[in-house]
Design a protein around this ligand. Structure first.
Ligand code: AMP
Length: 303
């Protein structure tokens, strides 16, 4: 089923204790759409870039079958830029710089062909823009939303308005504590679910992810990787794998949600193996299937 994705399209500068790279093709919209493309067929991307983005980068989405008729190219504009530095444990990072550039004045216009999308992923972007997308489309089967500390701190009221309209929220543990103003994740989940999203996923980095629904809690492990090269985009790849799988399955129920969490974790585990989308670009569906199986095996107990 069709999947509409909105998110940032970016150039990142990333520094880890072990390596450093500049001008990496990134952004939440990039990671989500490429990750979801391993599952969903009809992906419709909404975003904005400057003239500096270049045809070569735009072709990368086209070559992967991602519809970019919803991506605006601003003549003379500069693409969104983000830079961050990871600490030794790679779970914490500092944002060194955020330059909104063309994102600052972005007014997403949803093409007619996108308005009937059955699955919608509101990637990490200004919550005002996330809400504007929902106002332009007919009611989808599932709306998944992602956000980050930048918006929790910067636009709390606008974020609350968006959260009231979404079915599922994906955030990490520190963001959950910040949003709920409670240090306990189980209590946080109750508080956040009361804000709107009945499906809540709290990611805990190298410690896995928790899924909260009306049926209870599901706990997914993280893949035990020896080398984490660049964690940037892991959260977005998780969101892409999660909603991409659901769009492929076409059904949202306890079983498909649990599988979606494991597919999300699978995609995140590949993302961190190289800088930016590099690993996703050489990844094969066979590898995705094998790692998903490894996830199942991680907590399997024989009778
Ligand atoms: P993640 O590591 O999954 O949280 O996502 C990192 C991506 O989010 C990077 O590629 C950035 O370009 C992008 N990003 C960082 N800050 C923002 C922001 N304030 N709005 C939109 N996208 C952002």
């Amino acid at each position: 089923m069709s999947l509409l994705v909105i998110g940032s399209l970016a150039f990142d500068d990333v520094e880890t204790p072990f390596a450093k790279q500049q001008n990496i093709l990134a952004g939440s919209g990039t990671f989500i759409s490429i990750s979801a493309g391993f599952f969903a067929e009809n992906i419709q991307l909404v975003g904005v870039v400057g003239e500096d983005f270049g045809e070569k980068n735009l072709n990368l989405y086209r070559e992967r079958g991602i519809d970019i008729s919803g991506v605006q190219v601003v003549a003379g504009g500069k693409t969104f830029r983000w830079s961050g530095r990871y600490h030794y444990d790679m779970n914490s990072r500092d944002t060194l710089d955020t330059q909104l550039n063309v994102l600052a004045d972005f007014n997403p216009v949803i093409p007619h062909a996108y308005q009937q999308a059955k699955f919608v992923c509101l990637g990490n972007i200004d919550p005002v823009l996330q809400k504007s997308v929902l106002g332009q489309i007919s009611r989808p089967k599932l709306v998944v939303c992602d956000t980050m500390n930048f918006w929790i701190e910067g636009k709390p009221k606008e974020l609350q308005e968006t959260l009231a309209l979404v079915d599922a929220l994906i955030i990490n543990d520190s963001e959950a504590r910040q949003l709920s103003k409670d240090p306990n994740l189980i209590k946080s989940a109750r508080i956040i679910r009361a804000m709107g999203p009945k499906i809540l996923i709290i990611k805990k980095g190298e410690h896995g992810a928790l899924l909260f629904t009306d049926s209870g809690i599901f706990s997914a492990p993280a893949y035990p990787l020896e080398t984490v090269f660049d964690p940037t985009g892991a959260g977005d790849c998780f969101a892409g794998g999660f909603i991409g799988y659901l769009a492929k399955a076409g059904e949202v129920n306890d079983q498909t949600l649990r599988r979606a969490v494991l597919y999300g974790s699978t995609m995140a585990s590949f993302c961190v193996e190289k800088f930016g989308v590099e690993r996703l670009l050489d990844l094969t569906p066979l590898e995705v299937g094998d790692r998903f199986q490894s996830f199942l095996d991680l907590s399997k107990i024989d009778d």
